[in-house]
Design a protein around this ligand. Sequence first.
Ligand code: AHG
Ligand code: MN
Ligand code: MN
Length: 339
Amino acid sequence: MTYKIITVQRHIMDTQRRYPQARGEFSDLLSQIILAAKVIYREVSKAGLSDVLGATDDINVHGERVMKLDKFANTVMIRALDHGGHLCIMASEENEDPIPIPEEYPSGKYVLLFDPLDGSSNIAVNVSVGSIFSIHRKISSGKRGKLEDLLQPGYKQAGAGYIIYGSSTMLVFSTGVGVHGFTLDPSVGEFLLSHENMQIPESGAIYSCNEGYFNSWSPGVKEYILQMKQNATAENKSASLRYTGSMVADIHRTLLYGGIFLYPGQVAGPAPKPEGKLRLLYECAPMAYLIEQAGGRASDGLRRILDIAPDSLHQRVPFFAGSSLNVLEVERLIREEQA
Ligand code: AHG
Ligand code: MN
Ligand code: MN
């Protein structure tokens, strides 16, 4: 064996030694997120066997049917994290209102926002799903967290990451000193360092979007996709379309191979959704933080995602993220269409 075996906790401690400005203080909080992820992984990995597939009778705040595993993953995240003493408030895709820390538990200096299960409609067909998290510092006065702690712009994140439950289970996270990936070794139950300092290529030929919505997109977005195909052909290498419908899986591939992930606003058609589908605080902002930390770029077409000051918990935003040259080009075409 030629490689070192490094757990997440050990990696955080090493990073802190090398970079005194690195934030090792929430290694314990991360351990609780990891525990929740392992419990979710256990259920996801035997999804076809136990009675966890299918829908509940509930409709969530976004008007979407809640799958059994969404509900399970949400409960696991809340129960694993509400009593650790590090958090003062939480928010989840599945809860309309902020989730307070129960009075009987101590309140801490961090704020957690999460999507407990991303891509859950893919579980029944055995396609990768994930969990996404975003960590902020408490800014409000008083002991317990408030809505203002949750509504902070993404550039203020103290850390962010995702867990992908795929052909292997991986944790990818950043605390502001690069992006690092850890693969779960199920036989020992530990996430071990497998992808240190992930860097996204400067440009890429893979585009990842639901092209079925093409007719509803604005002219600049349409032009970008058409151009992507033409340019790639001109360079004598074809563009590739890759889209699983699980953002965690699509962003994971984009981080590793480069290219662009996009979920634009739908501006034309019978049911326009100009803000698109993805949620700013617990989907786009944490992914934008990781993409930027890996050297890429993320925007809503006009603004840097991390600069957007949120005005509500479940706010949606158009999302373009990936290799910097790809995202710059789609931004240029969107600006041109507005001119
Ligand atoms: P969630 O399962 O948390 O509701 O998120 C699903 C999201 C995201 O993972 C994916 O990129 C997108 O929905 C897919 O939407 P379309 O089916 O409209 O392409
Ligand atoms: Mn999601
Ligand atoms: Mn979800």
